[in-house]
Structure formats: structure tokens, C-alpha cells
Write a new protein. Structure first.
Length: 213
């Protein structure tokens, strides 16, 4: 019971609400910016100008993915491995580039950035719907005189009804916060899978350590 009601004073759901709200504009930006940049680069390959544009795009999306990794760690409290392991200092520039292009996180990071568009829309929509319903119910005793608040066929147009709406809102507040906390956990795990360089044997070692008595 303490865990259920204690969610109100935990930072996790509130951080996830903020993360959900900023994911929508970021997802739109990533989609439009990267799609335009990549299409421009491929379209201009015939005159060679497209090659430096594509090379720049490769490193731009890497740093955008690194930024998303930081957001997931900060807002979702996700544990994400570094995106890339250090290479020997004597590795040539060409060798580093080949390693970068063959690195799975390079391409998973690009996929994650494009996935932010539909996922961001989902996050933003769910957040607005839940906050609007619960917020409207909680504020009903103070606002019913100025504007009508209704959920489907139910209208809170009098103080007794508004007070009932407030009590319903209090009852829905805690499940809503748990929904946001759960969303943050899922999104954090997705970011960890897409933006962290973790080899299978490393994961197996971590699992073995976690299962020791």
C-alpha cells in the first residue's frame, strides 16, 4: 500500500511526464531533419556534393543519439552502457571510420531517432489525455462555475457533482502516476537496447552476478 500511494512523492513519474512532453517536438525534429538531410545527400551524390553531406549526417545522428541517451538516463533513470568502447590510440582514421560504420549502435541509434516520431506522438497523446482527465476532475470544485467539464455523458455542473469528480480524480491520480512510471521503465529499456554497446557475454556476466545468492 505504501508503494502504491508513495508514488506521489517519487520523482520518477514526474520526470516521465516531462520526458513524454518533450519527446513529441524532439521526434518531429529528428524525423524532418534527418530525412531531409539524408535525402539531400543521396540526391546530390551524382555531383559528389552529396558525399560530404552524408558523412556529416552520419556523425550528426550519432550525437543526436548520444543526446537521447543522456535524456533517457536523466528522465527514465535507465542504466545504459556507453555507446562505443575505446579503440587503440594507434588506430588509423580510416580504421576508426570503418569501425564506426560497422558498429551496431550507429545504425540502431539512427533507427531509434526515427522511432521517436511515432513513439513521441504516442507519449504526448497519452500524457495529455491522462493529465486532462485527472486534472479536470481535481479542479472541478473550483472551476465548475466558470466552465462545464464533462467526461462522456457525465457533466459536473454543480458543487456536489464537482466534489464527486474531485474524489474520483484523487482515486485516479495514483494509478495515473504508476502508468507514467511504467512508461518510463519501458522507454528506458528501449533506449538501453538501442543506444548502449553491450555485448552478449557482458550481459550474461551481469545476469550471473545479479542471480548470485
Amino acid at each position: 500500500m505504501r508503494n502504491f500511494f508513495g508514488i506521489f512523492i517519487r520523482p520518477q513519474p514526474w520526470l516521465n511526464i516531462l520526458y513524454n512532453l518533450i519527446s513529441f517536438p524532439l521526434g518531429i525534429f529528428y524525423f524532418i531533419f534527418l530525412l531531409t538531410w539524408l535525402l539531400l545527400g543521396f540526391g546530390l551524390l551524382v555531383v559528389w556534393i552529396g558525399l560530404p553531406i552524408l558523412l556529416a549526417a552520419i556523425f550528426i545522428w550519432w550525437y543526436l543519439a548520444a543526446f537521447e541517451r543522456i535524456l533517457a538516463i536523466a528522465f527514465c533513470r535507465a542504466k545504459i552502457a556507453p555507446m562505443k568502447r575505446d579503440m587503440p590510440a594507434e588506430t588509423s582514421l580510416w580504421g576508426k571510420f570503418r569501425n564506426h560504420m560497422g558498429h551496431s549502435v550507429t545504425w540502431k541509434g539512427l533507427a531509434f531517432l526515427f522511432m521517436k516520431f511515432p513513439i513521441g506522438i504516442f507519449q504526448f497523446t497519452i500524457t495529455l489525455i491522462l493529465i486532462s482527465i485527472v486534472g479536470g476532475l481535481l479542479s472541478a470544485p473550483f472551476t465548475f462555475m466558470y466552465w462545464n467539464f464533462n467526461i462522456g455523458p457525465f457533466e459536473f455542473i454543480s458543487f456536489p457533482l464537482a466534489l464527486l469528480g474531485f474524489l474520483i480524480g484523487v482515486g485516479l491520480l495514483f494509478p495515473m502516476l504508476h502508468v507514467f512510471a511504467f512508461m518510463g521503465t519501458v522507454l528506458g529499456q528501449l533506449a538501453a537496447a538501442m543506444l548502449g554497446d553491450q555485448e552478449p557475454e557482458t550481459l550474461q556476466n551481469e545476469f550471473s552476478e545479479s542471480t548470485k545468492p
